[in-house]
Design a protein around this ligand. Structure first.
Ligand SMILES: [Zn+2]
Ligand SMILES: [Zn+2]
Length: 675
């Protein structure tokens, strides 16, 4: 099978018995997990053989939306416990018909021992409902055809797939969708009929193409093409203010069949959830969304899994959301203890290790709602059940005293009698990058890292952001970072980044052009007791606000993301001075902004050059600081880049160039998400 891989080869001494006449696959014993990574299968996009079958009118699975075989189909999202046998999956209630059983038992058949085998006679079915919950059509491919026509006509639909519910709408209806879903700016993903269609709207690199057709079928962030009116406006509506767009290809038979019935080559596809809550998986709850039509099936979603989201950078893959199609992946970490790591606060995943391998859960979300915490609890239970780790020996939590995940970790440690280990946030990023991209032979070495993350609790009790570390798996030393700037009003400064720009300029005695005296006085007073942040992201936010690129954050990372097109187009025109404070040094971001405000850009490209030059100066200073310390401590000439900012392709490019200029070898993420 395509997905098979040799995990290990074992030689046993002796002669083979002479009376061996056949080969059989026998029933798995309950609870036994052999070869753990192979034991937990991932969801895999419909294979070519199955795709050919569903469009062959002579085939008994013609237009059958649950078609799959041993090499493709839903796995993780339908599996309750191991071993991966039908009885342990959401397919248990659907009894195989005679024909399916024959295929299942025939070693020569593609569906030999395909646990989730089914056909139109025995499998789950789709039903189409209107917004009031009235049944419109039921069974076979009728509901799919009608749903496709309704979406083609401009209706907003919700459909249930393998691991969740998706909202779908026509590409050109993006503004209606935004109004209905109340998502003003948040980028949407676009599912396209085929690769050829994607090439019409985006510039693809070979690496992008390879990931688009990867069996995990992730959403890939690629560069937008400049289209003619009115399509340029539609493209901007999909991801306002960004030069990238998230695209992906059909992965379930359902998606293939919808496109078969649709005129349009593109669908906006976004997960169906209420703001801050995880994706809906329940057939009743979904009606509270008030979509026009619902296409729902009668198979349970066992494990919710969002569509994965990534970018490529050369041969590296940067996972922003690692979920459906890529979890639970086994990552070699060594060690013998079973550890359960609770994650931090944003972009949560739970990770559990067993026998030297770490398995992380699907993407869970931001720990801001009860629903997300519940999802996290379920995900960790599933993972523990899969791995047979009932009582982890160690619980790892973030050092931050106020994180919800920490409080839950403390309770679990008590319950399991496990020891509790506190991890410094930035050290965790650096350590994960070592595991991700450094050979195990040198895991006991220390390396230099630029860890550019939003907020992490520092050992001195302040909020760390952009920091430079010398770190190994078991410890770290802080060797510098960015200037700490007051976040006036705390969370408010993150929502309205103008406050950060104001704080920076005010520190330099410069008036902010958009803030009047009275406001300034109020902000100044509030700044006195405000929390400090040294985040590189906050500096990008301030730039975004100062140049009125984005003055209000409506989703995570928005102001900084909207600076990216400027970084892509800009070049090194200005030589800014980077001042330092203290020892180890913190590099002054307010000083950079203070130099830039004397320039008066009028065009996009002038602005782009200024922004590029500022960020370049800062990264240059950080890499140089790391280089000095690498030499002083006589370390390997390697330097890592991690944290949320390490998703920004133009900044990663700067980092790589600046490191290589100094004969340092950059280390970047590939399998573990940088954020
Ligand atoms: Zn298949
Ligand atoms: Zn059947």
């Amino acid at each position: 099978p395509v997905l098979a891989g040799v995990e290990k080869v074992v030689h046993l001494p002796g002669e083979p018995p002479e009376d061996v006449t056949d080969f059989r696959i026998v029933k798995s014993t309950r609870g036994e997990t052999t070869g753990l990574s192979a034991g937990i299968p991932m969801d895999t996009a419909l294979c070519e053989d199955c795709a050919a079958e569903i469009f062959d009118p002579e085939n008994r699975r013609y237009l059958y939306p649950f078609t799959n075989c041993t090499t493709c189909g839903a796995r993780f999202t339908v599996t309750r416990r191991l071993p991966y046998d039908r009885a342990n999956t959401a397919m248990a209630p659907f009894e195989m018909c005679e024909e399916c059983r024959r295929e299942y038992e025939d070693p020569m058949d593609r569906r030999f021992h395909a646990q989730t085998i089914s056909c139109p006679n025995c499998g789950p079915t789709f039903t189409l409902y209107d917004r009031m919950g009235n049944r419109i059509s039921e069974g076979g491919w009728g509901p799919l055809k009608e749903f496709a026509n309704l979406v083609d006509a401009g209706n907003i639909g919700v459909m249930k797939t393998w691991g969740g519910m998706q909202i779908v709408s026509l590409f050109e209806k993006v503004w209606d969708l935004r109004e209905w879903y109340r998502r003003r700016e948040k980028p949407f993903a676009v599912m396209a009929r085929d690769l050829y269609s994607i090439e019409a709207i985006a510039d693809l690199k070979d690496e992008d193409r390879a990931m688009l057709v990867h069996p995990g079928r992730p959403i890939v962030l690629v560069r937008k093409k400049r289209l003619k009116p009115p399509w340029d406006e539609v493209m901007d509506g999909i991801s306002p203010g960004l030069d990238t767009i998230g695209v992906f290809l059909p992965y379930t038979a359902l998606h293939y069949i919808l496109f078969y019935f649709m005129e349009s080559d593109f669908l906006i596809v976004t997960s169906a959830n209420r703001r801050g809550e995880p994706m809906v998986t329940d057939n009743e709850e979904i009606f509270s969304l008030n979509a026009d039509y619902y296409l729902l099936h009668d198979r349970d979603i066992v494990n919710r899994a969002d569509d994965s989201l990534l970018k490529t950078f050369g041969d590296n893959v940067f996972f922003i959301r690692k979920s459906r199609g890529f979890v639970p992946e086994a990552i070699r970490i060594g060690g013998r203890l079973s550890v359960m790591a609770m994650g931090a606060e944003e972009n949560l995943t739970i990770t559990i290790s067993r026998d030297g391998w770490a398995y992380h859960s699907q993407y869970i979300g931001n720990a801001e709602s009860y629903g997300v915490m519940e999802f996290g609890r379920d995900a960790s239970r599933t993972l523990r059940r899969y791995l047979g780790v009932e009582r982890p020996e160690v619980i790892a939590v973030d050092m931050h005293p106020k994180y919800r995940t920490r409080r839950i970790g403390e309770r679990l440690a008590e319950k399991f009698g496990a020891s509790l280990v506190e991890i410094q946030h930035h050290h965790a990023h650096a350590a994960s990058l070592i595991i991700d991209s450094v050979s195990p032979r040198v895991w006991d070495h220390r390396f230099a890292f630029i860890t550019a993350d939003g907020t992490g609790y520092g050992p001195d009790g302040t909020a760390w952001g952009g920091e430079i570390l010398l770190a190994g798996l078991s410890g770290y030393k802080w060797i510098g970072g960015l200037e700490q700037v007051p976040l006036i009003g705390g969370e408010k400064a993150i929502r309205y980044p103008e406050r950060v720009a104001f704080a920076m300029l005010d520190r330099r005695g410069i008036d902010h052009p958009l803030i009047d005296d009275m406001q300034a006085e109020m902000l100044r007073r509030a700044a006195a007791g405000a929390p400090l942040s040294s985040g590189l992201g906050r500096f990008l936010d301030a730039i975004s606000a100062y140049y009125t690129i984005c003055v209000e954050r409506t989703y995570n990372g928005e102001p900084a993301m909207k600076v990216e097109p400027y970084l892509v187009k800009g070049s090194l025109v200005y030589r800014f001075e980077v001042e330092t404070v203290g020892d180890p040094p913190r590099f002054s971001t307010s000083g950079l902004l203070a130099q830039a405000v004397h320039l008066d850009p009028t065009t996009f490209s002038e602005r782009a050059d200024i922004i590029y030059s500022m960020v370049h100066a800062l990264i240059d200073a950080m890499v140089e600081r790391a280089r000095e310390q690498i030499i002083e401590a006589n370390l390997d000439r390697r330097i890592g880049f991690t944290g949320g900012v390490a998703y920004s392709i133009p900044i990663v490019k700067m980092f790589v160039d600046l490191a290589e200029e100094r004969r340092l070898k950059p280390i970047l993420h590939n399998s573990v998400p940088a954020g």
